[in-house]
Design a protein around this ligand. Structure first.
Ligand SMILES: [Zn+2]
Length: 688
């Protein structure tokens, strides 16, 4: 027996209602001992698999691996959810300590020669194993991931690779904590009436609620939360305050000393290039892209640059229009003017006012709308469970029922910003769906999925009103959640969102399309005071204005995706030499980046790319998936009904339920009968 450490059983055995962990019984201090136990238990299981005297079989090797590490899986999913959505000093310290430990642990498994020999023996004889398609794919993916983790390297190279991975894990944790620290620390307190000039009521009350939460009662604060900073930059007519806030927003991750992410990004880029070289790849981008739909940096570049060219021309026209307005006020157009003046121009051109839309966008109704669309498409229903265990009182729990009334998933939703939460919006998984039997009568497990967002709370007694962007974000993350909740596969490693990075944004981006369908808006975009549906004239203006400012939006995104790809398409020698800020500046200059637009995510706070979950060399995925989701939604249009049941059935089977059980290209063809047509993308991003 391995040594049993003293650990809290509530982390491993989820005995709360709906199979949830009993969060109230878990303290941050409990994780360390639990991880120690979980890691050693997992290694024991691995040793038993690797040292099995029987010849390797799919069952005693691959299935055994799939089953192994249950306590570790549970402890990890709980820990990372808390570390992102409700962290504290203890969790943060443990995150820095655990990141390299978990990386060491994973290296020890992926580079275990006896284990790999068994997997390799199976893989080399796979034609004779008579596996079903799903099992065959799991074998292939397992073998590839071992190879890509260094299983075939010599001893020296293995050690170096393990050291690199360990260091990268630490750097990723520090990078993300630095961004959070900068976001938490920053605020502008607005005390006088003049400081509020131009701000609509909703923003004033949101900023008041934020001030109260931060202990500055009876004032208003500008924070770096997207749901405050973006409307502030849009509406504030105080150019000095806009400039101050914009610069702070753009400087996240550039804090002095230990909080400076610039040297961290440089080291990450260098280590990733070295890792790729060790594994025999030209660059880190080649390593990452091998297993995606895009496959090569060149095909990514082709797509991004095609959009970039069109976006840039459009953005130059937009800049010229805005410059005229700004000049009338006596300035030259600067980056902190763009949102403000484009809002004025939009108002003038389309008579469309974001603030006019807002009373119709109640958070609670938009949540209902997301549930409604899921029900129409997939026949599932959401039932709120009031007394289920949660890690923070703001978290809501829903039971997800199939049309037969059977529970098929549990959904947790955590919508509001707070200082213990990192910024952005995401989906996490507490428990993946699978169908591996453990004991008699037990057939796998249902998924438990989480959506986390950062909406600002309203002042007490008022409904939370959100922007159209917020509503899109909610639909987007809910699409990811459905991908996890509708999963219907046998093996955990290919469950739900465990698909190629450039395919994973398809279920999420696709779901956004239904938000602005008339059938949905009429029902759920209702005025919070009068209960009246959004007027058709306002919807028409919304649609007309949708093409507005698309040069800006696409430049913001595409420049980030291009810089991400360029940084990771450097060979090891170049990567060892670069200063990422200088590289970024020169690269943008070469691209002819419009002067008054900045990257949506500059390198020092580009968490997608530099923290642990990894959209590194993969930020392009949103656009790649964009080709797919635009073409997928067209299938409903062609069927003449956005809820067409035959199309929805295929969509569920091949896209939302199949996880990684199929090659993504084949899954898409199975759904659509062909590969996507790229023209749909330009229409979708408003550049057709
Ligand atoms: Zn997404």
């Amino acid at each position: 027996m391995h040594k049993m450490f003293d650990f809290n059983p509530a982390i491993g055995a989820w005995t709360g209602s709906l199979g949830l962990p009993e969060f109230a019984k878990i303290k941050a201090e409990d994780f360390e001992a639990t991880f120690a136990t979980a890691l050693s238990a997992h290694l024991q299981e691995i040793d038993a698999i690797a040292g099995d005297r029987e010849d390797p079989t799919f069952e005693n090797t691959i299935v055994a691996l799939e089953r192994s590490g249950e306590l570790l899986t549970r402890a990890s999913s709980l820990f990372w959810i808390l570390a992102s959505a409700h962290t504290n000093d203890v969790l943060q310290a443990l995150e820095r300590k655990l990141a390299p430990e978990l990386s060491r642990h994973s290296s020890a498994i992926m580079m275990n020669p006896a284990l790999f020999d068994r997997i390799d023996a199976l893989y080399q004889t796979r034609d004779r194993l008579c596996l079903d398609a799903e099992a065959d794919r799991v074998l292939e993916l397992t073998w590839k991931s071992f190879v890509r983790s260094g299983a075939r390297l010599n001893d020296t190279d293995r050690k170096r690779l393990a050291a690199i991975d360990e260091r990268l894990a630490t750097l990723g944790a520090v990078f993300s904590q630095n961004v959070l620290a900068d976001e938490r620390a920053y605020e502008i307190i607005l005390e006088s009436e003049e400081d509020l000039a131009g701000l609509p009521d909703f923003l004033i009350s949101t900023m008041r609620a934020a001030a109260e939460e931060r202990g500055h009662a009876n004032t208003h604060v500008v924070t770096l939360s997207r749901s405050i900073i973006e409307p502030f930059l849009t509406f504030s007519s105080r150019r000095d305050l806009r400039e101050e806030a914009f610069k702070a927003w753009g400087a996240r991750g550039e804090g002095a000393g230990e909080r400076d992410n610039r040297p961290i990004a440089a080291e990450i880029v260098r280590l990733r290039a070295e890792k790729a070289a060790l594994l025999g790849y030209e660059t880190f981008a080649h390593l990452t892209l091998e297993d995606t739909m895009a496959r090569t940096p060149e095909s990514v570049d082709d797509l991004l640059r095609a959009v970039w060219q069109k976006a840039r021309l459009r953005a130059m026209e937009e800049a010229a229009d805005l410059s005229r307005l700004v000049a009338a006020d006596g300035y030259d157009l600067a980056a902190w003017d763009w949102r403000h003046y484009s809002e004025k121009l939009r108002l003038a051109r389309y008579e469309f006012d974001e603030a006019e839309l807002r009373p119709y966008l109640q958070l609670e109704k938009i949540i209902e709308a997301a549930f409604y669309v899921a029900q129409r498409l997939f026949g599932i229903r959401f039932r709120r469970i009031e007394d289920a265990p949660v890690y923070h009182p703001d978290v809501r729990v829903f039971e997800v029922l199939d049309d037969s009334g059977e529970r098929r998933a549990v959904f947790l939703a955590d919508y509001f910003a707070r200082p213990s939460k990192r910024s952005g919006a995401w989906m996490s998984v507490l428990q993946v769906q699978h169908k591996l039997r453990r004991g008699r009568g037990e057939s796998g497990q249902i998924p438990i999925v989480l959506n986390v967002m950062n909406f600002a709370k309203a002042v007490a007694g008022e409904p939370v009103l959100i922007t159209m962007d917020d509503a899109r974000t909610l639909f987007h993350e809910f699409g990811h959640a459905l991908h996890g909740m509708l999963s219907d596969v046998t093996y955990p490693s290919i469950s739900g969102t465990s698909v190629s990075r450039d395919f994973v944004e398809l279920p999420s981006q696709l779901f956004e399309h239904w938000l602005t369908e008339p059938q949905v808006l009429q029902r759920y975009a209702v005025h919070y005071r009068t209960g009246e549906s959004i007027p058709e004239s306002l919807v028409a203006k919304l649609r007309a204005a949708e093409k507005f400012n698309k040069g800006f939006a696409n430049i913001e995104y595409t420049s980030s995706a291009l810089v991400d790809m360029a940084l990771h398409a450097l060979g090891p020698d170049d990567a060892a030499r670069i200063d990422p800020m200088k590289f970024q500046a020169e690269y943008l200059a070469d691209l002819d980046m419009p002067a008054a637009i900045v990257m949506r995510h500059a390198t020092p706070h580009f968490s997608h790319v530099f923290t642990r979950d990894g959209y590194s060399a993969a930020y392009y995925s949103y656009m790649w998936s964009g080709v797919l989701d635009a073409d997928t939604f067209e299938a409903f249009r062609e069927a003449g009904d956005v809820f067409d049941s035959a199309t929805a059935r295929k969509l569920r089977r091949f896209i939302y339920s199949s996880g990684g059980s199929m090659d993504p290209e084949q899954a898409y063809i199975a759904f659509r009968g062909r590969l996507p047509k790229p023209d749909a993308l330009l229409k979708k991003v408003g550049l057709a």
